[in-house]
Ligand binder design. Structure first.
Ligand code: DGJ
Length: 729
């Protein structure tokens, strides 16, 4: 990795092992985006800006300033001065006027990387950073763009900080984190859609001249979005073709947009959602935008995935448990929902401990006066001792005797109307004047822009974590934000609420981890509505979806694992008849499905059949045998049920290529079928491997497995999965 400034061409070139990113000055003042793609070794490349075609730079042709602004590929586009494409920044002055002209001022390159104040961001030991300062001296705005490259990684981290350098108040009404411009050579766009129980579904569409937008205005990314966008060649597949990807390290409303202009340049941007955003900056104040993570692959989507997974594991997940094998757990939610007492929980725990499970997680329903349904008690973070006699300390000490860790559910950002907290502090609820806030799951959202609310939540959670000696908390968020109004903030700061909510969540998680460094947090938002790099900075795993049906999970997992390492994907074995789809799937398949991420059970272990119970110890053994690969392996997509309609397969291969496993699931059996041939990926062509599949043990050369393939058993059963282990001889 390296960063250079080339004085002759007045450009900066950032190199990662396989990519180059080039930005430079045009007319000595304007920062242009010059190149992003496969590594180049020379800097004489400004010719691709085509500055000698038609329009000229403003110093030579001031009368055509607008033509220049609307054509140059910009590194950090402004609005109001003739660039009519998507801008990255806008402001409003006290005179009510908009528009900026950000002119190059200075740069510095240094070893290391600064944290982003109040926000999660990437980190590393061997990293270099470039900072470029741009200024608008008329309205008094300074923008510092920063770019970091990391040893051994094909990812570039990029962000921007804006300062009010004038002496009057300004309002920042838009600040996106990153922009790249590429010539659209028949590109497609890749993004995500979904809903509750159907999160993170990949979708590719053609990138025409109309805008393709992925966004959220919910205060989190939502079940239907991911703060991510990629453009790629039409022919890009898993192993070949170009992909340019941008992902945001952020957990709130976002905008990711690609649009091609009349000259066939595509501008691709990502950042905080500008709609509803308005941040007041007094003289001298700064605003830090979240970080964007950029990667380029010319070896298709699998290479993009590897770059993103490695970066996430090594430079985003900050938890002490970053590389640890995570505890295998049983979660009480689908085992009991709200209907439990201490006896039921302890008998679930006893079965778990007898079977060799590591942790019991007590989900929703343990707190407040009467949490028998979602209606009541959110905000009252004390144990309901009518339900759990002896309280959490008693449960915790009983679990300890059984050799189990204790995990507990919270939903800190929310409040129920029927709660002591609401009775004491109705003003702590987000609401707009004169209107009852809209209900969702019969709950409201707390105003996290108010420091007193943060303090209350921190104190009440820390007290419980300490008293019950918790090893883990599940942090849930079961509704999006609405009624964006705060009694705490002044009227000219109401546009800050959405972002302040997100930084309030970050502050709370930061404080809890600092106080309890061993605490494992699993974030969750009604399933996977807040699965992003921002949350992964604090919690190394996130509950991926409430939908544990192994068939449904195939597309959910495919989309989630496209961006996030398997070690981050919370997945559990569900009931025999799935509570959401009603589908009945064999226990073995449910087990293999849950082994695609962090592993656990979400069913009443005391009620399952003897046959299933007996299968659990060997299921645990099987998972533990691959768990180190789940944590650190390279993930390869092989076949997608979403696109082929019949079966799904992926592999996970150790970095030294000596160990791997393949998971295969046949959704529906076909009459008169043959055994499926699968060409494996990621192995060493020259190594010999032993392949263990059910009761078969065979040896093959790596190149044979990858090119000739492996023949799976012919399975005459629906919803049937197999796991194949591959190890070097
Ligand atoms: C939604 C989560 O996704 C579930 O796992 C469970 O924790 C419920 N909330 C509890 O209310």
């Amino acid at each position: 990795m390296s960063m250079i400034y080339d004085e002759r061409n007045r450009l900066w070139k950032l190199d990662t092992p396989n990519t180059s990113y080039v930005l430079g000055l045009v007319d000595g003042r304007f920062l242009a985006h010059i190149y992003y793609g496969a590594k180049v070794t020379d800097t004489d490349i400004t010719y691709i800006l085509r500055l000698n075609e038609g329009w000229k730079v403003p110093s030579k042709q001031p009368e055509e300033y607008v033509s220049f602004m609307s054509a140059l590929p910009m590194e950090f586009p402004v609005s109001g001065r003739g660039d009519y494409r998507e801008s990255c920044i806008n402001i409003k002055t006290e005179d009510g006027q908009e528009g900026l002209e950000l002119i190059y001022d200075s740069y510095q390159i240094y070893d290391g990387k600064n944290d982003l104040k109040g926000l999660p961001s990437s980190f590393g030991d061997n990293v270099q950073t470039l900072e470029i300062t741009l200024k608008d001296t008329i309205v008094g705005v300074e923008a510092v763009l920063s770019y970091s490259v990391f040893e051994g990684s094909d990812v570039i981290a990029r962000s921007v900080k804006v300062k009010n350098a004038g002496d009057r108040i300004i309002h920042l009404t838009k600040l996106l984190s990153s922009c790249i411009e590429l010539e659209n050579e028949g590109f497609e766009v890749l993004g995500f859609y979904g809903s509750w129980a159907r999160e993170h579904i990949m979708e590719r569409t053609r990138l025409g001249h109309g805008a393709t937008v992925f966004e959220s205005i919910r205060g989190e990314e939502g079940h239907d979005g991911q703060p991510f966008i990629a453009v790629m060649d039409e022919k890009t597949d898993e192993d070949s073709g170009r992909v340019y990807a941008m992902q945001l390290v952020y957990s709130g409303s976002f905008l990711a947009k690609a649009k091609t202009d009349a000259r066939d340049y595509a501008r691709i941007v990502i950042g905080i959602q500008p709609s509803g955003f308005d941040w007041k900056l007094e003289a001298g104040e700064e605003f830090q935008a979240p970080e964007a993570v950029l990667t380029y692959s010319d070896k298709g989507l699998n290479k993009m995935t590897h770059s993103l997974h490695d970066f996430c594991r090594d430079h985003i997940i900050r938890s002490k448990h970053q590389y640890d094998k995570r505890p295998i757990l049983v979660n009480s939610w689908e085992a009991a929902y709200f209907d439990f007492d201490e006896k039921k929980i302890l008998s679930l725990a006893k079965s778990a401990s007898d079977l060799g499970i590591d942790m019991l997680v007590l989900d929703d329903g343990w707190f407040g006066k009467h949490r028998e349904e979602p209606k009541a008690s959110l905000g009252d973070w004390y144990c309901n001792e009518n339900k759990l006699k002896g309280g959490l300390e008693f449960i915790g000490s009983e679990l300890k005797k059984m050799g189990l860790k204790f995990g507990l559910w919270f939903e800190p950002e929310m409040i129920s109307e029927d709660s002591d907290l609401y009775r004491a502090h109705p003003e702590w609820v987000l609401h707009t004047k004169g209107r009852e806030p809209a209900r969702c799951r019969d709950q409201w959202v707390l105003d996290l822009s108010n420091p007193a609310v943060i303090e209350y939540l921190y104190e009440s959670m820390a007290k419980i974590i300490d008293a019950a000696d918790l090893a883990y908390i599940k942090w849930d968020m079961n509704r999006p934000l609405s009624d964006i109004g705060s009694d705490y903030l002044d009227k000219d700061r109401q546009g800050e609420i959405m972002h302040r909510h997100v930084i309030g969540v970050y502050e709370l998680q930061e404080r809890l981890i600092s106080k309890f460094p061993e605490l494992l947090i699993e974030n969750c938002s009604s399933g996977g509505a807040r699965f992003d790099l921002g949350m992964l900075y604090y919690s190394p795993q996130i509950w991926c979806s409430d939908d544990m049906d192994p068939v449904e999970r195939l597309a959910i997992h495919e989309g989630t694992a496209l961006l996030y390492p398997l070690s981050t994907i919370g997945s559990h074995v569900c009931k025999g008849k799935n509570d959401i789809t009603g589908r009945k799937v064999p226990f073995k398949t449910r087990g293999i499905s849950a082994m695609t991420g962090t592993f656990g059970y979400e069913l009443d272990l005391t009620q399952i059949s003897e046959e299933d119970r007996k299968a659990i110890p060997s299921q645990l053994k099987e998972y533990r045998a691959i768990q180190h690969l789940v944590q650190t392996g390279d993930y390869y997509r092989i076949a997608s049920y979403r696109t082929n309609g019949r079966y799904d397969a992926f592999m996970n291969v150790s970095k030294d290529k000596k160990e791997a496993y393949l998971m295969y699931m046949q959704v529906l059996a076909r009459p008169n079928d043959k055994g499926q041939r699968i060409c494996l990926k990621g192995l060493d062509p020259d190594m010999r491997y032993e392949v263990e599949c059910e009761d078969r043990k065979e040896t093959y050369k790596g190149d044979v497995l990858m090119n000739v393939g492996f023949i799976l058993p012919c399975i005459r059963e629906d919803f049937s999965a197999v796991m194949i282990k591959i190890s070097a001889k």
